[in-house]
Design a protein around this ligand. Structure first.
Ligand code: HEC
Length: 107
């Protein structure tokens, strides 16, 4: 088999497998357990403490609708997160969680 044909055959085998696994992912339950986990795994990397990339979100009683809109659309330096990554339920949970999050104690 020529190299070209081989690579074509390879692609035709690999691409459907990738698509199939992506579809399984999209249909499966949320990858996050709850809002606390979304915050810990995603938001916290940039928002946990003063001096991080993003502003501190805790202890500010942020309106969940505001947080949700920023996560979906992005806001200046903050990247947007699509529903394929943070589904609607997980986003609602993390927005609620952030609103209720007490201010972190000063170190
Ligand atoms: C890659 C870093 C990064 C991640 C991850 C991230 N953010 Fe942000 N976020 C930012 C930055 C930077 C800003 C400030 C944007 C600006 O003012 O330019 C911001 C701003 C915000 C604001 C507005 C804050 C204010 O003071 O009004 C909210 C709300 C917010 N982020 C929520 C979230 C949530 C919820 C998550 C997790 C789903 C998240 N962010 C994940 C970087 C991040």
């Amino acid at each position: 088999m020529s190299v070209k044909i081989k690579s074509l055959v390879l692609k035709s085998l690999v691409v459907p497998v990738l698509l199939a696994s992506a579809a399984t992912y999209a249909n499966s339950e949320s990858r996050f357990k709850d809002g606390e986990q979304v915050y810990a795994k995603v938001c916290g990397h940039c928002h946990e403490t003063a001096g991080d990339i993003g502003p501190v979100l805790s202890g500010r009683n942020l309106n969940p609708a505001y947080t949700t809109a920023i996560v979906r659309n992005g806001f200046r330096a903050m990247p947007a997160f699509a529903a394929s990554f943070i589904d609607d339920k997980a986003l609602a949970q993390v927005s609620q969680y952030i609103q209720e999050l007490p201010a972190a104690s000063k170190e």
